[in-house]
Write a protein that binds this ligand. Structure first.
Ligand SMILES: [Zn+2]
Length: 354
């Protein structure tokens, strides 16, 4: 099978200056949607109908070559359910934003993907990983929430044919944050790894609960009140009893609170009483028993609330409180020093006005 590729390059003023030796500013992007049995058919397809964004980029002429092997490792967590464990790390040039978990479910008719990684490059690799296993249409990409490490890989999956589905608040949340996410994530990952990555709008929003039939395989999308973020949605694979929880469940990677502490504790309790028997967390895992797999997060959130209430009762200022809240949890989580002070600040601000 042949796939289409194009070299995309960074537009930089320095490139035009005589004698300037530009650092590497290009990367070869995969363009899903033109897969063909022959190179000629693939190239005719991409010439006739190139993706619109190419015209706005500093891109070369697309060409086709044999489909390369997939580089992203997926394990089959249950029959027809594949999961990838992202690195427990901050996004950088080496991991290209591959720092969150990704899953896909294969039905008899189509494939649904859950989350897309933190750059276009990761999304391209997800596409290759699916194609290494199945030739069925990729019908849906379900985004569990707005965070950049879960959404920047969306566009190539849409080019592969997926409709992008998110929680009711997701379109607005992404539109509001697109610029800052592109700047901050682009800075962490840097060119060329981040080239071609951008926030795109979901095609459809889910308001409450929705069953999606992939062909003798039904998954259930469920929307939650503000918890990890105000855009959280989970996916339950009914045939395997595996809950793909997005960042409503953290494991090993320090939790990140960007919504409501009280809301998250409540939602975690609801999830624990649900029908799932195993969970794919947003980070760590990638497959844990449920609800036991949520216990470390439950404990952390409990400590965060207890410590925050104590700090408020003692009259600590926000900056003083942020140094002590949650500190007993330090040994239990990776990247703790990066996330815990932010979580303490969110918790303090939320509980201060009760
Ligand atoms: Zn998140």
């Amino acid at each position: 099978m042949f796939e289409a590729f194009v070299a995309i390059c960074l537009l930089a003023s320095g490139d035009a200056q005589a004698g300037t030796q530009a650092p590497q500013r290009c990367r070869t992007a995969l363009l899903p949607g033109y897969a063909s049995e022959s190179q000629a058919d693939c190239e005719a397809g991409v010439r006739a109908n190139p993706p619109a964004w190419l015209a706005r980029s500093s891109a070369g002429v697309p060409h086709c070559e044999p489909r390369p092997p997939a580089r992203l490792a997926f394990v089959e967590a249950a029959p027809g359910l594949f999961v990838h464990r992202g690195a427990i790390a901050e996004p950088d040039a080496a991991n290209a934003g591959d720092v969150s978990n990704i899953a896909f479910v294969i039905g008899e008719r189509s494939v649904a993907v859950i989350d897309s990684g933190g750059s276009r490059q990761v999304g391209e690799q997800v596409y290759l990983s699916i194609r290494a296993i199945s030739d069925l249409p990729i019908s849906h990409l379900i985004l569990t929430h707005m965070h950049p490490d879960h959404v920047f890989g969306a566009e190539p999956l849409r080019e592969a044919g997926a409709q992008i589905v998110g929680q009711l608040n997701l379109p607005r949340a992404l539109a509001d944050r697109a610029g800052s996410y592109e700047t901050s994530f682009g800075r962490l990952i840097g060119a060329p790894a981040f080239l071609g990555s951008r926030i795109i709008a979901p095609d459809r929003a889910v308001a409450t609960l929705e069953k999606m039939d992939l062909g003798s395989r039904v998954i259930e999308l469920e929307v939650w009140p503000t918890a990890h973020t105000a855009t959280d949605m989970t996916v339950l694979d009914l045939s395997s009893g595996v809950l793909i929880a997005g960042d409503l469940v953290f494991h090993e990677h320090a939790p990140a609170l960007d919504g409501s502490l009280k809301g998250w504790r409540s939602v975690l309790g609801d999830l624990g009483r649900g029908p799932a028997r195993r969970v794919v967390p947003g980070h760590g895992g990638p497959l844990l028993d449920w609800p036991q797999g949520g216990e470390p997060l439950g404990r952390y959130l409990g400590v965060l609330e207890t410590d925050t209430r104590a700090a408020l009762a003692a009259g600590l200022t926000l900056s003083a409180a942020a140094t002590v809240i949650g500190s007993a949890e330090a040994g239990h989580w990776q990247l703790f020093d990066l996330y815990n002070p932010r979580n303490a600040t969110v918790a303090y601000t939320e509980l201060e006005w009760e």
